[in-house]
Design a protein around this ligand. Sequence first.
Ligand code: SAM
Length: 260
Amino acid sequence: MRAAGCVFAEDEAELLLSGAPSADALAAMVERRVLGIPLEHVVGWAEFHGRRVAVDPGVFVPRRRTEFLVDQAIGLGRRSAARTGRPPVVVDLCCGSGAVGAVLAAALGRIELYAADIEPAAVRCARRTLAAAGGEVFAGDLFDALPAGLRGRIDVLVANVPYVPTEEVGLLPPEAREHEPLVALDGGADGLDVLRRVTAAAPAWLAPEGQLLVETSERQAPRAVEAFTRHGLLPRVTGSDELYATVVIGTRPATGEGTP
Ligand SMILES: C[S@@+](CC[C@H](N)C(=O)[O-])C[C@H]1O[C@@H](n2cnc3c(N)ncnc32)[C@H](O)[C@@H]1O
């Protein structure tokens, strides 16, 4: 595996050894890894926020940096529950494997959880992952996938949208470029196309004082903030140097209508 260019060959070999049910299965796993298939797709899971989350082939592998987004959402979910006295309504939009929703459910305890994605493989994977938490997973384009009854009710809306500018997709490591769907990576010309669509529609779906959280890059953050402000969401930017993560959080004001 080292000769094939696996950077953490020994650690990965140990994982494969502990996960393979037989010598034949181990040989097949090593072969797939050596061919450049992401380790998470080979073993069928990713470690995310201290949990093992199932990741099927063709589904975006949750990134360590997204743990920061999740930490922010946990804090806001707790505050929402304390303020309203009821379990928060949480939506994981662009849910991929369902990793974000799974961690939120585990950390927050009682929540009303919904998730959605446009990729059928992701929807299948997230359905299995979120079933234990009672989460419902819908298939479709952003908010179109959600039941209309959620309009105006969402307390915490997490959207880890694709945000790589189209021209930079080719610069991603081959593991991402070749084994994750383009729709999970490509955010359009400046990377913010999907984010802008989410900020435009979010106010109509958020409860008063509900919060939208999106991950972005530090470079994109000022333009992301503009998109939040344009649609009446009060934005703030937070980040983690350690995880190289930037998150924009927007609050729907308590008074007045969200901009549909
Ligand atoms: C960057 S991945 C994030 C996945 C997951 N939330 C995570 O953090 O691991 C973006 C996800 O958005 C989904 N997606 C892209 N465009 C979408 C759209 N228009 N509607 C719904 N989902 C979309 C992709 O299929 C992909 O699963």
